[in-house]
Design a protein around this ligand. Sequence first.
Ligand SMILES: Cc1ncc(COP(=O)(O)O)c(C=O)c1O
Length: 432
Amino acid sequence: MIGTAARVGVFTESVIREMTRLAAEHDGVNLAQGFPDFPAPAELLEAAARALREGYNQYAITWGAPNFRRALAEKVRWFNGITVDPERNITVTCGATEAMMATLLATVNAGEEVIVFEPFYENYGPDAKLSGAVPRFVPIRLEPGFPFDPDQVRAAVTPKTRAIVVNTPHNPTGKVFTRPELEFIAELCHRHDLLAITDEVYEHIIYDGQAHTTLASLPGMLERTVIVNSLSKSYSVTGWRVGWTIAPAAIADGIRKVHDFLTVGAAAPLQEAGVTALGFPRQYYTDLAAMYQRKRDTLLGILQEAGFACLAPSGAYYIICSPSGRRPSTRSAGVCGACARAPASQQRSPLRGLQTKLGPTASRGCPLPAPQSPVRPPLVRLGTVGGGPSGERPPSSDGPRVPCNVAPCGDSKPSGGRRQAEVAPYADSKPS
Ligand SMILES: Cc1ncc(COP(=O)(O)O)c(C=O)c1O
C-alpha cells in the first residue's frame, strides 16, 4: 500500500490550526489560533494594493527584495541596536514559520541537540522532528516572572548540543527574558560554542514599560545568533506570510540555499508593501503595545472574576491560566469550555493549563450571543476587550451591531455574526 514517509508519522497536525478549522466548520467560538481580527493598518493595505498595481508580481530575488532587506536592516538598527548587511545577513522567508524550519535544516545535523524552553510554541516540536534535531527541554516555571533554573540549562548541554532556541516574548507564557537571563544564555553559547536561534515575533507586544532585548545585541552574539521574525504580529498581517532570518553570513548562505528550494521566495508585492510597515514611526509600536496591554488587563480581570487563576504575561498575547482557581502548574487541569471540541491536550499534554490569546478575541466586537440568547460563562466574557490599535473594529458585513448584555462590556457585536474568542491548549504536538 502506498503510504506516507515515516517522518510525518512522528508529529501531529497543529492543534491550534485544526481548532480554527473546526470552529469555522461548526460556527464555534474560536479559542485557538492567534491572529488579529481588527484590520491591518490602512497604509499597509494601500501599499500592498499599490505594489500589485505597480507590477511587483513576479519572483522577487530568492533571499528577498532588496528594498525590503534594506528597510529591515534600518529597522533592526534603530529598534534592536544591531548593524547588519542586507546583502549578506538577511533572508526573507514565508513567515517566521519557514524561517525557523530553514534555520534548523541549515544548521543542525540529524541527531544533534537543540535546547528548547518548555512550554514552547507548538511548531518547534515538528520543526525538530523534520530537521532531525533532538530537542532537549528545560522547564520554565509557571510562577510570576516564569523563571528557569540556570543549572538545568547547563545540565542540558551535551557534546551533541548545537543550538538553543530563545523565544522572547514567549509563547505561551508571555515571559519576557530579562537581560541577566539573556546574558546567562549568551555566556553559555560562548562557553559551549552554541548557536542561538531567537524567535522574536512578539518583540513589539510587550507590557508594563518593559523593553525587548534582542540576544544578538549582546557582546559577541551577533556572530552566533540567527534571528527569526516576521511581519505577522507586529503589523497584524498574519496572512501575508512574510518573515525573515538575520544570520552571520556563512549561516545565511546555508539558510538561503534551504529557503530557495523550500519556497523560492515570499510574496513579492507583500515584501514591497512591507517596506511601508518597516518605515512606520515609533509611535506605531507604542500604540500597538498599549492596545494589547489594555486587552491583557481587561481579559485578566475577566478571567480572574470568572474563577481562573492567571499568571500575568509580560509580553505576547497569551495568558496561562487554570480554571481550578489554583495557580497554573504543570499539574493543574485546564478545561476549555468554549472550543469547538474539548482540547485534546487534556489527554495528551503533561501541562494542562490553558493558554488564552488576547488578539482576536479581544478585538472582534463582543463575542456574546445577542441579548436574547443564552450566555455561556466564563468564556463569553472574553470578547470584552475590544478594538484595534485605535479602538477600531473590522468592517462588518454581519448586520447591525447590537448591545452586549454582559457587564462590564457595554460593547456591541454584529448580530448573527460568528462568536469569536481564543483559548488554546498548550503545545499539544510536543514531541513524545
Ligand atoms: C512564537 C511564534 N513564532 C512564530 C509564529 C509564526 O509566525 P509567522 O506567522 O510569521 O509564521 C508564531 C505564531 O503564532 C509564534 O507564536
